[in-house]
Ligand binder design. Sequence first.
Ligand code: MRU
Length: 363
Amino acid sequence: MQNTKNIMDYDTVSLDDANSAVVIIDQTKLPAKTEIISLKTAQEIWDAIYLLKVRGAPAIGVAAAYGIYVLAKGIMADDYDSFYAEFKKQKDYLDSSRPTAVNLSWALNRMEQVVLKNANKSVAEIKQLLKEESVEIQEEDIRVCRAIGEYGLTLVKPGDGILTHCNAGKLATSKYGTATAPIYLGQERGYHFRVFADETRPLLQGARLTAFELQSSGVDVTLICDNMSATVMRNNWVDAVFVGCDRVAANGDTANKIGTSVVAAVAKLYHVPLYIAAPTSTIDLNTPTGNEIRIEQRKPEEVTEMWYQERMAPEGVKVFNPAFDVTDHELIAGIVTEYGIARAPYTESLREIFAKKNAAQKK
Ligand code: MRU
């Protein structure tokens, strides 16, 4: 029987507690095939993150939280010290799967805090608390993306042209996406945005994922190659750029998918504001500037042969394949968080955002 389910009807990540598994859409197969896979072992979870079967900073965080819960559940030790030693080993292993998106270590550290703060409880109780925390991390992700959407929507008007790069959509989160959240909320309210999606070489997250999910949702989306963003901006077709992020440094410098900084420079040239949609879980005040962000380097084959019918570059050619770049804070018009929009100077405004967050959490 033909599968008539829309991609938006599937959870990007979910927990199958009965079978002790993390369930994900294998995003490497999209859009041709919607394949749902279950991850049970540390190796399977690590591989899924490393190979981008689950990707996008918030979704990586949720997958890691469910992943470490599933692994903790399987730890046989009854005494706290042995349990924690094994937990830490598994946590550090998952944390090594990708270096740039801070949500990975953010979620894993949050899970570790549950273990550390409950050392007086039984291992069975700690496992239950870990489950609750992982579910909360996912539910929070949905609330946060919606709030980013509401703030983002104040920056645009009906009929606007919006350009986005990579996939910071539903497939990168639990719902709404970050950069796409204003687009989806606008869609619900009849804003009729015209969206331009960069295809995003070399892994084509824009073509395979963003164009797919927006089109499946009925959004007016036009796919362009990465080298066409200047043309659509010069034509005055773009009123705002919204992109996601993998790590925002304390001064506002932002690591996101490779090519974002090119879009930002072009946007500046054509006076189009570029906004970073940033859950506070992706803002890392411990990293002072973009210079300290570790950028993931990936295999040369992603550039030389992937997606092509045959290899498209000479054998042995040198390849530089960073997965992310850093957009200088000077090129960013605003950082849209779930606690409001930070504006330059970001060193101060991001601290204010965290002060709001801390105050809200104390209530
Ligand atoms: O390598 P990827 O596909 O994980 O890169 C994803 C991005 O760069 C996204 O823009 C970022 O993680 C934000 S997702 C809401």
